[in-house]
Write a protein that binds this ligand. Structure first.
Ligand code: SAJ
Length: 411
């Protein structure tokens, strides 16, 4: 079945929804962006991006100025909807579907039958069916066959979203095969990657599997780093050498795994089959333990130094060259350190933010400073995020300091 999607509503204008809406609009589709935050809606309608993502501003500006993207707080009528809202996890590490449910209920009153509903949010197996059920419960006048429902997980890498959203292959999981075909039609308006059709549950699992694969591999690298520290081997040299094997490709150790995807998604698999998910659970626990291991290194360095130690922490974001602090191991290390050593002066260097987040601004012994100030004042330098600007520091700027390098860039 070929469908014409003249109008598309994108519900949730965050890291995924906003680029999706901007790109759709830039490809000539009349797009309505919807968000619960008045600040976000106003910013988008001014053509402004409320977060850092290279290349998004230009596309958004073009889309808004051309009248192809209009943001609002309320869901308008449209031929298709893309739902890109958060799926955080609860304290018991199962998925919190309340944002998806709220989005479904907000769309329901606008439906006339025949619309395509695409869930893009990363979701546990069964969430797409659940979203359809929430819509149908709000609209008993509609039948299952009146709606085309699909799950098309986003797989873009923050920092490269504008490129990857267009060029990545996409998995399209239909609740019915008709829905999968209709969703393919919509994505083919802007996606040059391969569009791979399957059922909704397999698509849900595929996304979780990709991120769990990465998590397990990072856990392997993180475990190696702890082993190597114990036996006196340089883990980065070790990995570089091992990776010369044609079938070995080990990832990089670090201070832990952050962000809102890899540190969260594997738990959705564990939650769906707890008895069978031993490796995936252990990998999560290994990566979650890494910030405290780095913290231990810093505490030992402080205790071995003078009573008036000044510690500089380089990087707070969850990965290099972005401003995103969500689930950041660097931030965890900084706030636990501030708590454990209230008399140590802590200088945080994070060139991508203007002010400290609340978890650190409330600590009297932490301040946000520039690189030069930290280098001049600190005797212990801790590298937490491998931002490009930190890679380019010269070795002479580091001489005479105690160095703890969780990313292996100052070796
Ligand atoms: N990390 C390491 N060592 C590595 C690679 C990463 O410690 O060798 C750490 C990073 O520093 C960071 C965390 O892992 O703290 C996650 O970073 P990332 O760059 O691996 O991934 P995300 O969270 O930015 O994006 C991932 C991507 N998934 C995969 O690569 C399988 C992206 O394609 C997904 O779209 C995204 O999750 C998502 O939204 O699910």
């Amino acid at each position: 079945m070929s469908k014409d999607f003249g109008t598309v509503g994108v519900v949730g204008l965050g890291y995924i929804g906003l680029p999706t809406a901007a790109i759709l609009a830039d490809h000539g589709v009349q797009t309505f962006g919807v968000d619960v935050s008045p600040g976000t809606v106003e910013a988008v309608n001014r053509g402004e991006v409320p977060f850092v993502e290279p290349g998004l501003r230009e596309v958004l500006k073009r889309a808004v100025e051309g009248g192809k993207l209009i943001a609002s707080l309320n869901v308008p009528a449209a031929d298709a909807y893309i739902i890109a809202v958060p799926t955080p996890f609860t304290s018991s590490r199962s998925a919190d579907l309340s944002f998806i449910e709220a989005a479904a209920r907000s769309i329901a009153p606008q439906l006339r039958g025949g619309e395509l509903l695409i869930l893009e949010s990363t979701s546990p197996p069964g969430a797409t069916d659940h979203m359809r059920d929430v819509v149908l419960a709000a609209r008993p006048d509609l039948a299952e066959q009146d709606l085309l429902v699909a799950h098309c997980p986003e797989r873009v890498l923050p920092g490269k979203i504008m490129d990857e959203m267009v060029t990545n292959d996409r998995i399209i999981g239909g609740v019915t095969s008709e829905a999968a075909v209709a969703a393919r039609e919509l994505y083919s308006t802007f996606c040059t990657g391969e569009l791979l059709l399957t059922d909704a549950k397999t698509a849900e699992m595929a996304k979780l599997t990709e991120n769990s694969f990465r998590d397990v591999n990072i856990a392997f690298a993180n475990e190696l780093s702890v082993i190597c520290e114990r036996i006196g081997v340089d883990v980065w040299e070790l990995i570089e050498l091992a990776n010369h094997h044609p079938r070995v490709n080990i990832l990089q150790p670090g201070p832990g795994v952050g962000g809102h995807c890899i540190a969260v998604d594997p738990w959705f698999i564990v939650d769906s089959a707890p008895e069978e998910s031993n490796l995936i659970r252990t990998a999560r626990e290994t990566n979650d333990a890494k910030p405290d291991w780095v913290l231990g290194q810093i505490l030992r360095a402080i205790d071995a130094g003078s009573a008036a130690s000044v510690v500089a922490l380089f990087g707070l974001s969850f990965k290099p060259n972005i401003d995103d602090l969500r689930e950041s191991p660097a931030l965890q290390i900084a706030s636990r350190l501030a708590d454990r050593r209230p008399n140590a002066e802590l200088l945080a260097v994070e060139p991508h933010i203007e002010e400290l987040p609340s978890s650190l601004s409330s600590c009297e012994n932490v301040s946000l400073v520039r690189t030069e100030e930290a280098l001049a004042a600190a005797d212990i330098l801790v590298l937490l995020v491998d931002h490009d600007v930190f890679k380019s520091l010269s070795r002479s700027q580091l001489t005479g300091k105690t160095i703890i390098d969780s990313r292996g860039i100052w070796r």
